[in-house]
Design a protein around this ligand. Structure first.
Ligand code: ATP
Length: 500
């Protein structure tokens, strides 16, 4: 309909102009106005419509007041405890007023993505019986000066309105990705970001105990070191709570929470799943349960079996199986590469290989799945060197069999380099304890390559030592495309305890 009116308008205007010119009216000003209007319309359309020029009041996603309690968050016991303690100040506001204690204005949740920071903020709102308003740092980023700042004002206004509407005495404002607007101010170019941050600081300074409704700001980031010190100073975000990846107990708890609405077979062991999902975040664990349910449904079963959960872990860790058909030659190279990792892993840490597979998943053409190990928080030099040996063994195997490497080792090298970096920063190299900023790049490069060359040589030695097992395993792997840990290990016999 609108298009129709527009077309009639476009046809009518030139006729009108011609008619006016014909009867002797000076049409020049009218034509100039029309051209100007046309240019403005085109410019606005290019910038994403008229809405791009106006602060978008309702664009922000506002979390509905879903009731989420701390009990519905798995693991994170210490984070929950710390948060509850901080929130008690808000709950017992009369007492803190009596003692003249200033209110907590901001709580900063720091940790990797998907660990439950948003959930904690929602539970904080529930715990303090507050209205909840959620937003993300990226929503305040605008190319137009002043828009971000006005959105901050609007966010605070909205929190107050919401609290009044819901008849609550307090409101929790959650800002995810606070680093987007709260990054260190370096002057110059970033005027819009600075204005947004300044506005946030101003709003925070305007929070008082006697305010009604009381406002608490909860922010989340995984890059705390990037934040401007003004944000972190006492009286602003002065409570910092670390939200880490869950440990085994936490993982089990999260899995249990997400299994509540799913038909699990009686013999499923969530302990085993928790064991195998080392390093997974809460969001990844949720995804494991979800994917397992999808696999069970695809198999037209009524229950989720342990096998579905194992497949789901592989999927979350490595990506979906792909239909990519590799050539025989490519397949052989991948088998050699993966067996290199597997043999080195078994030699360095006997019993560690769970399976070697040739099926393409995500971007990988094959993979080695390791058995869960005890969770470690401290790593010795020998352990880290062992990990580098395993990472380099894929390329070492290709060199032994083909005389050269392929592009398939880039991730392995990245992993090896990261471990070397950790060793350097922990004083585990021949450089001793060093301030990394004071060592020249040449020295670092030299140490780096010495470590990697030595360990690559050890990798090769191990593979040559086990060449018989290698050849035999290669035959099975190429034939069956899969080699279980047990199948693989039984070839090692008593040799599996040989030191690397
Ligand atoms: P990001 O930093 O990426 O914003 P986040 O730390 O805020 O992530 P959430 O949004 O809270 O993570 O979590 C995402 C999803 O992962 C949740 O909706 C939930 O399903 C699941 N999840 C994450 N952590 C937990 C947990 N501790 N307990 C239960 N579920 C969790």
């Amino acid at each position: 309909m609108r298009k129709w009116i527009l077309e009639i308008g476009i046809g009518f205007v030139p006729v009108l102009v011609l008619f006016l010119a014909f009867i002797g009216v000076n049409v020049f000003p009218l034509v100039a106005i029309l051209i100007l209007a046309g240019v403005m319309y085109a410019a606005i359309k290019m910038r994403g419509g008229i809405t791009a020029l106006v602060p978008q009041k309702n664009k922000r996603k506002i979390a509905t007041s879903n009731k989420l309690t701390f009990d519905q968050i798995g693991g994170q016991e210490s984070a929950k405890q710390e948060l509850r303690e901080a929130l008690d100040f808000m709950v017992r506001h009369e007492e803190i007023k009596k003692f003249g204690i200033r209110p907590i204005k901001g709580i900063l949740l720091t940790g990797p993505p998907g660990t439950g920071k948003t959930l904690l903020a929602k539970a904080a709102a529930q715990y303090t019986n507050s209205a909840f308003v959620a937003s993300s740092g990226s929503e305040f980023v605008e190319m137009y000066i002043g828009v971000g700042a006005s959105r901050i004002r609007e966010l605070f206004r909205e929190a107050k309105t919401r609290a009044a509407k819901e008849n609550k005495e307090s409101a929790v404002i959650f800002i995810d990705e606070i680093d987007v607007i709260g990054g260190k101010r370096e002057g110059g170019q970033q005027r819009e970001y600075d204005q947004t941050l300044n506005q946030l600081l101003t709003e925070m300074d305007g929070i008082y105990t006697s305010d009604s409704p009381r406002i608490l700001l909860v922010a989340a980031t995984n890059r705390k070191e990037m934040l401007d010190s003004a944000l972190l100073r006492p009286g602003r975000f002065d409570r910092h709570i670390q939200v880490d990846l869950p440990d085994k107990k936490g993982r089990r708890h999260i899995l249990e929470l997400h299994a509540v609405n799913k038909p699990l077979s009686k013999d499923v062991s969530l302990d085993k799943v928790a064991d195998e999902s080392y390093g997974f975040s809460g969001a990844q664990l949720e995804s494991v349960m979800n994917e397992a349910a999808i696999y069970a449904m695809r198999d037209e079963l009524d229950e989720i079996k342990q096998g579905h959960l194992s497949l789901a872990i592989d999927k979350v860790m490595l990506g979906e199986k792909t239909d990519r058909e590799s050539t025989e030659e490519e397949k052989r190279r991948v088998a050699i590469h993966e067996l290199g990792h597997a043999i080195a892993a078994e030699a360095v840490s006997p019993g560690s290989v769970n399976q070697v597979a040739l099926s393409p998943r995500g971007r990988a053409l094959g993979y080695v799945r390791h058995n869960p190990q005890d969770e470690k928080y401290l790593y010795t030099k020998a352990y880290l060197e062992g990990q580098i040996i395993v990472a380099l063994a894929g390329a070492a195997a290709e060199e032994i069999y083909y005389g050269g490497r392929s592009t398939g080792s880039s991730n392995d090298f990245e992993q090896a380099l990261n471990i070397v970096h950790t060793m350097m920063t922990s004083g585990l190299t021949s450089l001793g304890i060093v301030n990394m900023d004071m060592v020249t790049t040449e020295v670092l490069m030299k140490e780096n390559s010495t470590i990697l060359e030595n360990l690559a040589t050890r990798s090769k030695q191990i593979l040559l030592e086990y060449s018989e097992i290698f050849d035999h395993s290669l035959e099975i792997l190429l034939r069956e495309e899969r080699l279980s840990g047990e199948q693989f290990r039984c070839q090692f016999g008593d040799r599996s305890n040989l030191p690397a």
